[in-house]
Write a new protein. Structure first.
Length: 262
């Protein structure tokens, strides 16, 4: 079953949990204080709504954790809200909770197309920004066409990294990607070539503006190669974790390259 943070309807979630856990509709109806299981059917079909107290009962019945219940609460309240303002408020809370609970996706298949373009990670993180660029402006800033941008979203959606929300906007399912090592060499090579080509293209335009280029070159003996890499990788992992905990306002890329000279 999907994680609760992937649901856009609390009714779908309740129905799937009942089926997954083999809980009878009668037992759920009794726990919610309903007259019959047919009334539960009216709730799941959208003809009736859950009351706040019943939402708490389902938390205990389904064993939801704090973050899961917070998401479920706003999902239920937002879906049954009477005003547009209330709907907007609960949607904003859902987006925030979803961002805070993004799960890493571990791909066990050599899906080379996932990291085939340098801007794919940018699209994932862009969808988590509180203020997002309109697609034409985003495409222009990335130096691609609107058609290429649309194709990229479809590609990320096909690979399970993005989905359309109830407003039709693309949002990230996951912002971290772990790749099977058997597929990594091919994917890394294609991705880095594309990324380096783009970095070269924007170098002149960004050097005096937004780019920050550290020009020092460190040359060291091969015996210390792995030690140096582990230190830098640890720092970069910390930076990534810090970024995950923050509300992003802008997106930047950091490239670190190692290569053999002699």
């Amino acid at each position: 079953m999907r994680r609760i943070f992937e649901y856009d309807s609390y009714r779908d979630f309740v129905a799937e949990v009942i089926a997954e856990k083999n809980i009878t509709a009668t037992a759920v109806a009794e726990r919610l204080g309903l007259k019959s299981k047919s009334y539960l059917g009216l709730i799941l079909s959208g003809k009736k709504r859950l009351q706040p107290g019943q939402i708490h009962e389902l938390r205990d019945l389904f064993g939801l954790g704090p973050a899961e219940f917070d998401y479920f609460f706003h999902l239920a309240m937002g879906e049954d809200a009477a005003s547009k303002g209330a709907v907007r408020y609960h949607r904003e809370r859902l987006d925030e909770i979803r961002r805070q609970n993004q799960a890493s996706r571990k791909s066990m298949q050599p899906a080379q197309d996932v990291l085939s373009r340098w801007f794919y990670p940018i699209l994932l993180l862009h969808s988590t920004l509180e203020t997002r660029m309109p697609q034409p402006q985003l495409a222009k800033s990335l130096g691609i066409t609107v058609k290429e941008l649309a194709a990229a979203y479809e590609d990320l959606g096909k690979n399970g990294l993005m989905r359309r929300d109830d407003r039709g906007e693309w949002v990230a399912q996951h912002v971290k990607l772990r790749i099977n090592k058997r597929a990594w060499n091919t994917m890394q090579r294609r991705f880095l070539k594309d990324q380096i080509a783009n970095a070269s293209k924007i170098f002149d335009a960004s050097y005096e503006n937004t780019g920050k280029f550290y020009s020092q070159t460190i040359t060291f003996a091969r015996g210390s190669f792995e030690d140096v890499w582990e230190v830098i990788k640890e720092r970069m992992d910390r930076l990534a974790d810090r970024s995950d905990a923050e509300k992003p306002e802008e997106l930047v890329q950091l490239n670190v390259q190692f290569y053999k000279v002699i």
